[in-house]
Design a protein around this ligand. Structure first.
Ligand code: ZN
Length: 337
C-alpha cells in the first residue's frame, strides 16, 4: 500500500496534511528544506503518501503550484520504480527488517551524482525497520548529507528509532486526523454513508487503514468480529465461537481488531470507572496487545493459535463473569466496584 508503484501522475498530500505540506513548501521556497525529514505518527494516517508527494515534487523538473507536474520525464519515472535518482527503501520481501546491506547500497547511491542532474530522494519506510547496524550505517548520511540529496524517513513507532537517528532529522508529527477531514476523503473511495463511517471506526480513525480494509472487502465480516469482541468484553460472548470466526484472519490484523475494540470500550469509561479493577485489567490487556503488535511488527512469529487461545481466555477470565461492562457500569441500584 505504501510502495512507489501504482500511483497517479500527480501525487498530492492528503487533505489533513495541508499544514505540514505548507510548512515544507515554505522551507523549500526559502531554500531551507532540511536534508533529513522524519514523518512520525501512527500507521495508516498517510505518512507514506506525503513522503511520495514530497519525493515526486523534489524530483520534478517543473513543479506546478507546489506539486509535481505529472507531465515531465522525471514525473513519468518517479511514478514507477525506474527513476535513477529515487530510492524507496523498505524491508525486502518476507523480511520485516531493513538490512545493513540495503542501507550501504543507499549510502553509495546518495554519494553518486544525480542521474537527471536535479536532486536525489530516498524514502525509508518504515525507518524503524532498520536493524541496529543498518541505522548506524545511515548515520553518516544524516550527519553529512550529500548535496541536493533528501532523506525522508517514515516512522510508525518513534521509540523503535534510535535517538541518534531521530535527532538528526527534522520531525513532522502526524496524529489520527479528525473524521471531519478524513471521512469526505474516504467517502470518495468507499462511497458516502454508513459504510465509510464504519470502516473508519474499524480502523480506529486511521483513513489509509480504512481504505485498505475497504479494498480487502469483507466489512460485514469485520462487523461480526467487532460485535463478537464486544460481546466478549461484556461477558456475553463465547470464546470458542469467536475463535472460529477469527480463524482466517492474519495475526497482525487480529491484534489490530482486538486493540481497536478494546480501546473503543475503554474510551467510554468516565473518571470513576477508569480506576476500577476491571478497567485496570482492561488497560493491562490493551498494553499486552500493543506489545504483541510491536513484537509481530519486529518479526516475532509466535504460534498463532496458542497466542489467540491464551488472549481470549484471559479476556474471559479477567473481564469474565459479567464482563468489563457489568463490572464497571453499576447495576441499577448497585454500587460501582
Ligand atoms: Zn514533473
Amino acid at each position: 500500500m505504501t510502495g512507489a508503484s501504482d500511483v497517479l501522475s500527480i501525487s498530492a498530500p492528503l487533505p489533513w496534511q495541508a499544514e505540514a505540506w505548507s510548512k515544507l513548501q515554505r522551507q523549500f521556497a526559502a531554500d531551507r528544506l532540511p536534508h533529513a525529514i522524519l514523518l512520525a505518527g501512527p500507521q495508516g494516517v498517510g505518512k507514506a503518501r506525503l513522503a511520495l508527494a514530497l519525493a515526486r515534487f523534489l524530483l520534478c523538473s517543473q513543479p506546478v503550484d507546489g506539486l509535481n507536474c505529472g507531465k515531465c520525464h522525471a514525473c513519468d519515472l518517479s511514478g514507477g520504480t525506474n527513476h535513477g535518482d529515487f530510492r524507496w527503501l523498505e524491508p525486502e520481501e518476507k523480511s520485516r527488517v531493513i538490512k545493513v546491506d540495503q542501507v550501504r547500497e543507499l549510502v553509495e547511491f546518495t554519494n553518486r551524482t544525480a542521474a537527471l542532474g536535479l536532486r536525489k530522494v530516498v524514502v525509508l519506510a518504515p525507518a524503524e525497520a532498520m536493524n541496529a547496524s543498518a541505522a548506524n550505517a545511515l548515520l553518516k548520511s544524516l550527519e553529512e548529507p550529500a548535496s541536493e540529496t533528501y532523506l525522508i524517513l517514515v516512522c510508525h513507532r518513534l521509540q523503535g528509532l534510535p535517538a541518534t537517528v531521530r535527532s538528526r532529522c527534522q520531525m513532522l508529527r502526524f496524529g489520527v486526523p479528525a473524521a471531519a477531514q478524513s471521512l469526505p476523503w474516504l467517502e470518495g473511495l468507499a462511497g458516502a454513508g454508513e459504510r465509510s463511517r464504519q470502516l473508519l471506526d474499524f480502523a480506529g480513525g486511521r483513513p489509509l487503514l480504512a481504505a485498505q480494509l475497504h479494498a480487502q472487502g469483507g466489512v460485514e465480516q469485520l462487523a461480526l468480529i467487532r460485535s463478537a469482541l464486544q460481546g466478549l468484553f461484556h461477558g456475553i460472548g463465547n470464546a470458542t465461537e469467536l475463535n472460529a470466526a477469527l480463524a482466517n484472519i492474519p495475526l497482525e490484523q487480529l491484534l489490530q481488531h482486538l486493540g481497536t475494540a478494546l480501546q473503543a470500550e475503554l474510551r467510554l469509561l468516565d473518571q470513576r470507572q477508569v480506576v476500577t479493577p476491571a478497567a485496570r485489567a482492561g488497560f493491562g490487556l490493551l498494553d499486552e496487545v500493543v506489545g504483541l503488535q510491536r513484537a509481530v511488527d519486529q518479526g516475532s512469529n509466535p504460534n498463532r493459535q496458542v497466542l489467540v487461545d491464551a488472549l481470549l481466555a484471559r479476556i474471559q477470565q479477567e473481564l469474565g463473569e459479567g464482563g468489563l461492562g457489568a463490572k464497571i457500569h453499576p447495576a441499577p441500584g448497585g454500587a460501582v466496584l
